[in-house]
Ligand binder design. Sequence first.
Ligand SMILES: *Cc1c(COP(=O)(O)O)cnc(C)c1O
Length: 355
Amino acid sequence: MIFNIEKLVQPHLRKIIPYQSARRIGGKGSIWLNANESPFSIENTIKRNNLNRYPECQPKNLILKYASYSNVNFKNILVTRGSDEGIDLLSRTFCIPEKDSIMIFPPTYDMYSVTAKIMGINVKQVPLLKNWDLDILNIKLHIKNVKIIYLCRPNNPTGNCFSIQSIKKILEIAYKRAIVVVDEAYIEFCYDKNISSWIHKYSHLVILRTLSKAFSLAGLRCGFLVSNKKIIKILSKIIPPYPISIPTSDIAEEALSKKNIDIIKKNVVLLNQNKNWLIESLKKNVLVEKIYDSDANYILVKFYSSHKVFTFLWNKGIILRDQSKKTNLKRYLRISIGTKNECLILIKSLNSLKL
Ligand SMILES: *Cc1c(COP(=O)(O)O)cnc(C)c1O
């Protein structure tokens, strides 16, 4: 019995475009600068033989470790399978499909809108201003029916941190209306700008964190959601019963040891140095039209001919992220910060490209 299964799929999902992850896009590379991963891997000593038992839904020891690292109470933390699961949980908890909206500020991280679209939730877009700042006036104007506002800080891919004043304004606009999610996936690269202590002042503020970037554990799939404990309590009812495997929580716990946090801090200093070196070197390159400072482990660069640069490097096994199809990012590429040697090879290759 053969028939077209597609007819059984929910209509709004038939033409869905999945998140274009770096792994999905592929490439044959030796230098991977396209997913903002850490170029350094960290060791772990975990070996478990008690996997016949289910894990805790919310591993207590891991939460205590993250609470101490992030300087909040353990009751303010939810552990998730990467921060992508936090986005999924928030959408399912706060938005009624077909009726409610999320608000995003493109160009930004795609998972907010991809997750909403899968659930039939509307997506309101208020593009960033030319200097990558928030357009407060238009945000106010379009707030009706918005239940979640996503702010990425530092923003992926522009690399800037929105000002403290503008975040406060958005929290005021959202008061009694919407949840404000501040995605701090890259906050370790500018840690003094983190706003996790604000959760005590704003009951509608949610912070997303992850071990995927500065902590060098993208392959582990472990993230944290930090907020007022009422939100944590509601989300704990929605989260699947066993989201975090025992090996995952063991490795994450070890990653949050004092010894490892010191290593991460050193790696952050190193990557920030590489970033500054790369920015200065790119400024001298004739292919580069515009380049922005960045608070994160990636930089956004406008090239006179981004497609040629992208494919030239791609064919050499140096894989960058093409941003040219995103809102206001025609001819832009995003470059993750690699090791010093990777940065050197990148610059050397770019200098050898004659248009
Ligand atoms: C990489 C990234 C994440 C991390 O997602 P995980 O699911 O934790 O790996 C979250 N937000 C942004 C903006 C990112 O770039």
